[in-house]
Design a binder for this molecule. Structure first.
Ligand SMILES: Nc1nc2c(ncn2[C@@H]2O[C@H](COP(=O)(O)OP(=O)(O)OP(=O)(O)O)[C@@H](O)[C@H]2O)c(=O)[nH]1
Ligand SMILES: [Mg+2]
Ligand SMILES: [Zn+2]
Length: 358
């Protein structure tokens, strides 16, 4: 099962569970029915009553990419009895609503689990925005996966080199590729990030070409792609489901519906990774806790004045920092603690499953 992304991390956790279970990986989710890859092939599965109860009490759900433990049932389908701890997870913030039972608090929504690589896809047409790329980068650093920036639709852009340089300066240390997804020869550079055993997700606004990238790498039209005639259909999502797609001789690529807005869920450390250049410059600020606003001896603002750092990038940093500080106040527990606590009760619950009749 190594080609599915199975490794010693998941195996160890799986072995802590009760008997009679088999491991599987979620590749599709549709209204509480799941498509799962197992060693023996694909199976359809639903949640066991226990697990549904357990997950709803911690406001968690199973998502595409998750590793689970299944109990095979008569007739070929299975019940999901446990969710294995995630190695990485992509989360965004669902704004609290007063109408919700949660009492108006913001909530975390996990949209993908156990991704190794995340392609942040932007179009080099009207979609292009370095500020949005920065938000995506903060989101990806928070997930634990490695980001790769894809500037698609290079054929529609007159100054690709300039854009590449601009993005490289705000995505420090992150690979950036400009290409046209419809050209097989150009999309090819992405394949090296998705060898067998690796799982990658494509994130970006609607219409940037995520599904096109998948089709080109596959060599056939598996995913529905927006028609040219509809290409002005604002707010229209062509892809409506999250799904893992296997590349021949390679790993998995997850297609996603376009994201309308990126609300961050994370902490200040993720921001530091996304703004490594600012953090580095900040080492020369006079005050250790300099916020780079109006403090004397601020090296970051000096860099802006001397043209070494763009004022927009600093503004973006401040804006994201405000959002994250706000979130940190509201989060009671770090994600790792929640993951640990959930695992404890999941593991316990599989120990007293009814004995399998043989
Ligand atoms: N000119 C040009 N058009 C492209 C390129 N890549 C994709 N497109 C077009 O852009 C449109 C949108 O592509 P999709 O692949 O459907 O975009 P998506 O990101 O999957 O969109 P959603 O599924 O709605 O999130 C289609 O008409 C594609 O043919 C490219 O490199 N150059
Ligand atoms: Mg799509
Ligand atoms: Zn400073």
């Amino acid at each position: 099962m190594d080609h599915l992304g199975w490794n010693s991390h998941f195996r160890r956790r799986f072995e802590e569970l009760g008997d009679g279970l088999i491991p599987g990986r979620i590749f599709r989710e549709e209204k509480n029915r799941y498509g799962v890859f197992t060693e023996g092939g694909e199976t359809a599965a639903g949640l066991s009553g226990r697990l549904r109860h357990l997950l709803s009490s911690v406001e968690e759900r199973i998502v595409v990419g998750d590793w689970v433990a299944l109990k095979p049932e008569h007739g070929g389908s299975s019940l999901i009895e446990a969710l294995l701890p995630r190695r990485t997870s992509v989360s965004r913030k669902l704004a609290g609503s007063r109408k919700r039972r949660s009492g108006g608090a913001d909530r975390e929504q996990v949209i993908a689990a156990n991704m190794d690589v995340i392609f942040i896809v932007t179009g080099l047409d009207r979609d292009y925005s370095p500020r949005r790329i920065e938000r995506y980068l903060a989101l990806v650093w928070n997930s634990g996966a490695s980001p790769v920036v894809v500037l698609n639709k290079a054929d529609l852009c007159g100054d690709v080199e300039e854009k590449l340089e601009e993005v490289e300066s705000c995505a420090v240390g992150v690979p950036v590729h400009a290409l046209s997804a419809r050209e097989p020869g150009e999309a090819e550079v992405l394949r090296r990030y998705i060898p067998a055993g690796v799982t990658a997700a494509l994130l970006g606004s609607s219409g940037v070409g995520k599904s096109t990238i998948i089709n080109t790498l596959l060599g056939f039209e598996k995913q529905k792609v927006r028609n040219l005639s509809e290409s002005d259909g604002k707010g229209m999502h062509t892809t409506t489901h999250r799904e893992l797609i296997r590349l021949p001789d390679g790993g998995f690529l997850m297609d996603n519906p376009g994201m309308r807005e990126i609300q961050l869920w994370g902490d200040a450390d993720d921001l530091d990774s996304a703004f490594g250049d600012i953090e580095k410059t900040a080492e020369d600020c006079r005050f250790r806790d300099c916020r780079h606003l109006a403090e004397p001896g601020c090296a970051v603002r000096l860099a802006v004045e001397s043209g070494g750092l763009s004022p927009e990038r600093l503004a973006s940093y401040h804006k994201l920092q405000r959002e994250l500080h706000y979130l940190e106040d509201r989060q009671h527990k770090p994600a790792s603690v929640i993951e640990r606590e959930r695992w404890k009760s999941i593991r316990k619950s599989t120990k007293n499953l009814p004995e399998k009749k043989s």
